[in-house]
Write a protein that binds this ligand. Structure first.
Ligand SMILES: [Zn+2]
Length: 186
């Protein structure tokens, strides 16, 4: 049985990946590439996603996050998304682990997430409802660097100087709740 015979029905069977999401060429290329990587040291970098290391016969491990432009994540090729890679790999019998050693933002600056400050939070002092929080790095979160105390949501001066240069996760839940409340009152 050729690789294609295996790949195609496996990928399309549950309906979550339709034939127009990617070509068999891309699928074949990806699997051939992974198999050509040395176990333990071979790495594969996907621009805007991160770096994967082949850690076993059929295992990859995400070791670096390279945050891409969110616009590209929506409009770009599906191969530009980690969640797609995980799903795709599973369908062709590979497993993707995550053991992130380094993470970079869209400007290729290494994320500054001080370990000893994990869990620290602040609320925007301009009272827009935005909460920022220092969270452990993982690929499913988006990080935003606080600069000059500017609140990433209302763009006012919202946070004290000691937040400058730190990459935080933005919690907009309160902002959303307020917007909803205003809409209901109107
Ligand atoms: Zn704000």
């Amino acid at each position: 049985m050729s690789l294609d015979d295996h790949i195609t029905p496996q990928l399309y069977k549950d309906g979550t990946m339709t034939p127009d999401m990617f070509s068999v060429e891309q699928a074949r290329f990806a699997v051939r590439l992974w198999k050509s990587m040395a176990i333990g040291s071979g790495t594969w970098t996907l621009p805007g996603v991160g770096k994967y290391r082949r850690t076993g016969d059929t295992t990859l491990t995400l070791i670096e996050i390279h945050a891409g432009n969110p616009v590209n994540a929506v409009l770009g090729n599906v191969f530009d998304r980690h969640d797609f890679i995980v799903k795709f790999a599973n369908q062709v019998g590979w497993i993707v682990y995550e053991n992130v050693e380094k993470a970079y933002d869209a400007e290729k600056v290494e994320l500054n997430v001080p370990n000893e400050e994990i869990g620290r939070v602040a609320v925007c002092s301009a009272d827009c409802g935005t909460v920022i929080r220092i969270e452990p790095v993982d690929v499913w979160k988006r990080f935003h660097k606080i600069e000059e105390g500017v609140c990433p949501v209302c763009l006012d001066d919202g946070f004290s100087d000691d937040w400058n240069g730190i990459h935080v996760v933005i919690d907009e839940k309160s902002v959303m709740l307020r917007r909803k409340q205003v809409e209901e009152e109107e």
